[in-house]
Design a protein around this ligand. Structure first.
Ligand SMILES: Nc1ncnc2c1ncn2[C@@H]1O[C@H](COP(=O)(O)OP(=O)(O)O)[C@@H](O)[C@H]1O
Ligand SMILES: [Mg+2]
Length: 242
């Protein structure tokens, strides 16, 4: 579904991604972890071309996304992206937030867009908040709306960049629960997260990055119990003591 082939990226002189070679199969859930500044966000942002790469190729569903003639808007509509900050439109109802992109980008008619949006709000447990405004919701609820909004485009792939890092601890579980459900339904997912419990329960595979390089690939169990690389060992020890 997604393939990174010798991907390199620089920010000026800084080598932010070093020879990344990874494949994510359809239906697979891959966790990316690593210390702050290791290139995790950069890596997943390259998948919908939020960050250009300087060398190598990335294929999504067989398409070389940095090839000639790629329609970037179309590409982005097929990749759901959930950020640490939810970025909902504050002046629009929750329902409108979820409907907006389908109407604008997919040209879905009003009635169908509304049905889809209500179905997704139900899925994330927020039907009752359809007419509320984002400011009236908790952070966890807003993040669940952001997930519903991404799903409205019916993307075959979902990318998550630390979706629970900005939340108060008591709200982390409700967001992870929605992600777990998605994973169970067979969604192809790449998640940047340090949530060990979630990783163990849901992830097929984990990759550990440091300084722009993938240093370790393992099952979450193996990674958290038997990290191999010294950097990975230090990282696991740090999150255990956090
Ligand atoms: N737009 C940018 N311009 C210059 N340097 C950047 C930019 N974005 C990220 N970086 C640098 O690239 C490295 C990786 O960043 P990032 O992918 O955000 O790491 P992570 O998500 O693992 O914390 C960091 O050293 C960061 O400072
Ligand atoms: Mg990041």
């Amino acid at each position: 579904m997604i393939r990174f082939n010798n991907v390199n990226k620089w920010y000026g002189d800084y080598h932010a991604l070093r020879d990344v070679n990874e494949t994510v199969k359809r239906g697979e859930v891959v966790i990316v972890c690593g210390p702050s500044g290791s290139g995790k966000s950069t890596l997943i942002r390259t998948v919908n071309r939020l960050e250009p790469i300087n060398d190598g190729n990335i294929y999504v569903d067989g398409q070389d996304i940095y090839g000639n003639g790629v329609d970037v808007n179309k590409l982005r509509s097929r990749i759901g992206f959930v950020f640490q900050q939810f970025n909902l439109f504050p002046h629009m109802s929750v329902l409108r937030n979820v409907m907006l992109a389908t109407i604008r980008v997919l040209k879905t008619d009003e009635k169908e867009a509304k049905e889809v949006a209500l179905g997704l709000l139900d899925k994330v447990g927020l039907s009752v908040k359809a007419e509320a405004y984002p400011g009236q919701l908790s952070g966890g609820q807003q993040q669940r709306v952001a997930i519903a909004r991404a799903l409205a485009m019916k993307p075959p792939v979902m990318l998550f960049d630390e979706p629970t890092s900005a939340l108060d601890p008591e709200m982390v579980g409700e967001v992870l629960q929605v992600m777990k459900q998605l994973a169970g339904e067979g969604m192809t997912m790449i998640c940047v997260t340090h949530e060990m419990g979630f990783a163990r329960e849901v992830a097929d595979r984990l990759i550990f990055m440091a300084d722009g390089e993938v240093l370790e690939r393992a099952t979450p169990q193996d990674f958290f119990e038997r990290p191999q690389h010294p950097r990975a060992q230090r990282f696991v020890a740090d999150i255990r003591h956090a």
